[in-house]
Ligand binder design. Structure first.
Ligand SMILES: Cc1ncc(COP(=O)(O)O)c(C=O)c1O
Length: 395
């Protein structure tokens, strides 16, 4: 009896909080299965991973080596190394023709770190924040871990999977929203919002008093038309970006935000307490990455070729239905002609054709079983091989 009471007490002490109970990322299961096949000697084409195969620009690597040779890597100011913040502000002038004060730039631990800071600074526990479905799962999982309520709004191919002002306001009328987050180019769909669509959505959000967050992590990887930054459209929008994708620096864990004036100091205080600063070495490398545009544009040309190979090859291989591959390095394919369970489909494709892809269930709790995400961030040879394998497998 006493032992049982003690056991219960220990269980109580060790049990995790309810808010930590966020779902796992199914893609990890796919990656683990791919690893098992590779260990047994198989050759897997990896189209499941959402990261570039290339490494950081040479300019970034050289700067990091030099910094290590020169000695001490210390804390930086919480908002980031001033010269990096200035360089990011210049990037807005050079790439978008838009003036952003460096005082509004905050350097973060990847865009993942930016979400935490942004959500903490903008929302109270219980606040309802809209995110689109299909969408990047951590948006909703971070919100719920922080005690906010993610409100899932479904998008459709009719609007290139862009959230519309009408859909946002319809959700707001049901129960008031405090914020909305959209990404363009988007993960997993690869679709983009046009300037008109983004402008209209921001206007609708502002008019209704809904705070606007724009995830621009795939900017630079736009093929259908130039991506538009929300920083150009509104000084009240909070913009999130990262060195992970265009600059191929996933492991360096460095990103940034452009934040409304009123949020700079609150975010600085949060960052001071939560992280002190972003790793200095990564910030030094990130600043130098801006000298690597030529190299990164060559990598982007590789994605353009990969995208062409898939868009032309997959329909011939049997996968005919996919969304417009506007940007990022994803293709979101409708596999409902073959299966009602894309998880099982992806598993079989991996086991039998040795092509790894991510089932849509990670991104869309409603219709994800009909979809599969294919990443084309690797070599053109890999893409051709994948198309051939899928053709043989489906045929
Ligand atoms: C849409 C989107 N946002 C944010 C992230 C997080 O990236 P990071 O924290 O490396 O900047 C990812 C990563 O895949 C992503 O796809």
């Amino acid at each position: 009896m006493l032992e049982a009471t003690l056991r219960n007490r220990v269980n109580d002490l060790l049990s995790a909080s309810g808010r930590s109970n966020v779902p796992p990322f199914m893609v990890m299961d796919v990656m683990a299965a791919a690893e098992r096949i590779e260990k047994a000697g198989g050759h897997v084409i990896h189209m499941e991973v959402g990261q570039p195969a290339a490494s950081a620009p040479k300019s970034a690597l050289i700067a990091a080596h030099r910094a290590l040779d020169e000695g001490r890597i210390g804390y930086t100011s919480a908002l980031g190394i001033p010269s990096l913040r200035e360089r990011i502000a210049r990037h807005y002038r050079d790439s978008y023709g838009c003036t952003v004060d460096a005082a509004r730039i905050v350097v973060t631990t990847g865009s993942s770190g930016a979400f935490i800071l942004a959500f903490l600074a903008m929302f109270e526990p219980g606040d309802r924040v809209a995110v689109t479905v299909p969408g990047y799962p951590p948006y909703r999982h971070i919100l719920s871990a922080l005690g906010c309520e993610p409100v899932l709004i479904e998008t459709s191919s009719d609007t290139r999977h862009a959230l519309t002002g009408e859909a946002l306001l319809a959700a707001h009328r049901k129960a008031p929203l405090k914020g909305v987050l959209v990404g363009s180019p988007a993960n997993p769909t690869g679709t983009m919002m046009s300037r008109e669509a983004l402008t209209a959505l921001i206007a609708a959000a502002h008019d209704a008093g809904i705070r606007f967050i724009s995830d621009e992590i795939y900017h630079g990887l736009d093929y259908a038309f130039p991506a538009v930054t929300a920083a150009e459209l509104s000084a009240d929008a909070l913009v999130i970006n990262s060195f992970s994708k265009y600059f191929c620096m996933t492991g360096w864990r460095v990103g940034w935000m452009v934040v409304p004036d009123a949020l700079v100091r609150p975010i600085e205080r949060l960052q001071q307490n939560l992280a002190i600063s972003v790793p200095a070495l990564s910030q030094i490398a990130a600043e130098a990455a801006f000298d690597g545009f030529e190299e990164m544009e060559a990598i982007k040309r590789g994605y353009v070729e990969n995208r062409r190979i898939l868009i032309e090859g997959l329909p011939k291989a049997g996968l005919r239905k996919f969304l417009p591959a506007d940007g990022a390095f994803y293709l979101y394919a409708d596999v409902s002609d073959f299966t009602s369970d894309s998880f099982d489909f992806a598993k079989k494709m991996l086991e039998e054709a040795h092509v790894a892809a991510t089932p849509g269930v990670d991104f869309d709790p409603y219709h994800g079983r009909s979809f599969m995400r294919l990443s084309y961030a690797r070599s053109a040879d890999d893409m051709r091989e994948a198309v051939g394998r899928i053709a043989r497998w489906l045929g």
